[in-house]
Structure formats: C-alpha cells, structure tokens
Design a binder for this molecule. Structure first.
Ligand SMILES: NC(=O)c1ccc[n+]([C@@H]2O[C@H](COP(=O)([O-])OP(=O)(O)OC[C@H]3O[C@@H](n4cnc5c(N)ncnc54)[C@H](OP(=O)(O)O)[C@@H]3O)[C@@H](O)[C@H]2O)c1
Ligand SMILES: *[C@@H]1O[C@H](CO)[C@@H](O)[C@H](O)[C@H]1NC(C)=O
Length: 278
C-alpha cells in the first residue's frame, strides 16, 4: 500500500506526543496525599535529627556534593559534618562555619585513615571523566579512590554508606564508564556495611560552572524530553540530593538498596519547597 508506512509513522509520533502530554497532565499523587507524605518526611527528618549522627561527604566541591552539603546543613540532620577532599573549600555563609574539613592525598589515603574515623554516615559523590583525567585517571578516581575511601570509612565505624553511581552501571558492560561504575558498586557492597545505598541517577541537570560542551549540548537536547518524560533520561541535582537525604531518614531493614533514576525522582519530590524553581 503506497504511503502506508509513512502514515503509520505519523500515527506513531502522534501517539508518542499524546502519551507525553498525558504523562505531563497527570499528577500521580493527589494534592492531599502529597501533603501528608511531606508531613511524614518532616517527621522522619525530625526523628533522625534526634539520633545525633555525624557524616562525611566526599566530593563536596562537585555539583552533587555541594548541593548535598547545602541540603544537610539546611536540614540540620547531623551534629557533625566532615568534608573529605583534596583541597580546602572556602565558604562565605555563616551556616558553614561548623564544618570540619579534612584535606587528604588520595594517592596515599591510608595515611589519612583518621579523617574517616567516627562518622555514622558517609556520602560519596566523587568522580571524574575520561575526557578530564584520561582512562587511567578515570579508573583511579571513580574506582580506586572510591573503594579505598569506603574501606577506610568501614574501618572507621561508618554504618551507612551512600554511593553516587550512574544509570546503566554494570560490571559486565563493554563501556568503560558503566563497567567501572558497576565494578565499584559491587566491591563496595562486599565490604558489608550495615546499610549501603546506591544511587543511579541519569544525566544531572544543574548549572555547571565549568564548561563541558558535550554535556551542555546533551542537556539542551534533553529539555523537551525531560519536560514530557521527567524521569526518563535526567534528574535535577536538587532532586537527587533530596532523595539521598529522604532515603537516609527512612528506616528500613534492607542492607543494600539500589535506587534507580525513577526511584530518585519519586523520593526526591518529597519535602520539595514550593519556591525552589523560582
Ligand atoms: N554529571 C552527570 O550527569 C552524572 C550522571 C550520573 C552519574 N554521575 C556520577 O555522579 C558523581 C558526581 O558527579 P558530579 O557531576 O556531581 O561530579 P563533579 O561536579 O565533577 O565533582 C566531582 C568531585 O570529585 C572530586 N574529584 C575529581 N577528581 C578528583 C581527584 N583526582 N582527586 C580528588 N578528588 C577528585 C572533585 O574535587 P575537585 O573539586 O577538587 O576537583 C569534586 O568534588 C560521579 O561519580 C559521576 O560519574 C554524574
Ligand atoms: C551528640 O554527640 C556528640 C558526640 O558524640 C556529643 O558531644 C553531643 O553532646 C551529643 N549531643 C546531643 C544533643 O546528644
């Protein structure tokens, strides 16, 4: 039938657009339900605060790390927050004055084991790219530094380790990036933390200072898709860090948790302030 194929093509596109619109119009949780879940998360955060815990953050100078730091400071969930990094970060804001900063040499991390001691919770938002550090450099940071840090954290008494990994992480992938992410996830799991939470976000949406042209183009192309299908290919970094904190304050008896991009979106919606996108 002449022209049959192309008209089906158009129907397909129309269906796709309609599905996107429906997805956009439909609010999965009704307003009152959302409200009670938000109240619940506030109560959970208050309960957590009473536990008087301490944490460290690796990668607090990065896009995720600095947003996470903002979130844990704002929510006052810890009596002590330590940043572990290769350089000291300067903060203007008064709210940051009680931070402890440990400057370490990641190539000789064993010499800095004391920096990791005495933290209940650890967050790892370390990472680099092959473009920035070369293949060997990428493996050093995203695998070696991460694993060593987790080992020292475990030895130092950390009970809950949170790892920022990536969508698609898979130790048998033929892509170096996904393979390294999958490998380090699995090796950290072997350390057997009391609680181990792995986050696998898709492309992070943030306003990166540093120029990464390919990432910038990818983000721009993602705009219409992330509008129609919010949890398909991307996640705002603010949503990710809220998901990390919300997940932490929820008690659960699973030792190992894997949060994919969709779960991150769901959890990260809770406790979002209304004026955030202003
Ligand atoms: N960006 C994305 O779209 C995306 C998506 C999914 C998963 N992820 C993963 O999420 C994690 C965090 O991503 P991000 O975009 O938030 O990271 P980022 O902004 O690039 O920050 C990376 C952090 O790692 C530290 N770091 C990098 N190289 C280091 C080195 N050689 N020695 C010591 N510290 C080093 C940086 O410290 P300095 O400030 O000192 O350099 C910084 O604190 C990474 O593992 C990444 O693979 C990212
Ligand atoms: C919290 O823990 C720290 C150190 O373990 C302790 O010095 C502090 O008094 C505790 N605070 C409360 C309110 O229990």
């Amino acid at each position: 039938m002449p022209g049959g194929e192309s008209s089906w093509g158009i129907v397909g596109w129309l269906l796709l657009i309609a599905a996107g619109l429906l997805h956009f119009l439909e609010d999965p949780s009704s307003e009152p339900e959302q409200l009670s879940m938000n109240k619940n998360i506030i109560a959970l955060r208050e309960g957590y605060r009473k536990l008087n815990r301490s944490c460290f953050i690796l990668g607090a100078s990065g896009e995720t790390g600095k947003e996470l730091l903002k979130e844990v400071i704002k929510s006052q969930l810890f009596h002590k927050i330590t940043l572990i990094g290769r350089r000291k970060i300067t903060f203007e804001d008064e709210a940051y004055k009680d931070l402890v900063q440990e400057v370490v040499d990641f190539e000789k991390l064993d010499d800095f084991s004391a920096a990791f001691q005495g933290h209940d919770v650890g967050f790892c938002c370390l990472g680099t790219t092959k473009a920035k550090a070369g293949e060997a450099g990428f493996i050093r940071v995203d695998h070696d530094y991460v694993l060593k840090s987790a080992q020292l954290a475990k030895a130092g008494g950390c009970r809950h380790f949170n790892l920022e990994s990536s969508k698609g992480a898979d130790k048998s992938s033929s892509y170096l990036y996904l393979r390294v992410k999958g490998q380090v996830e699995a090796e950290v799991q072997e350390l057997d933390f009391e609680r181990y939470s792995v986050f696998r976000p898709a492309v992070l949406l943030c306003d990166r200072q540093e120029s990464r042209p390919t990432e910038w183009i990818a983000r721009k192309m993602l705009v219409p898709i992330s509008y129609l299908f919010p949890s398909a290919l991307s996640v705002p970094v603010t949503t990710l860090v809220r998901a990390m904190v919300n997940n932490m304050v929820m008690q659960n008896d699973k030792r190992v948790e894997l949060l994919d991009n969709k779960a991150i979106h769901e959890l990260g919606k809770l406790g979002e302030s209304k004026n955030e996108h202003a």
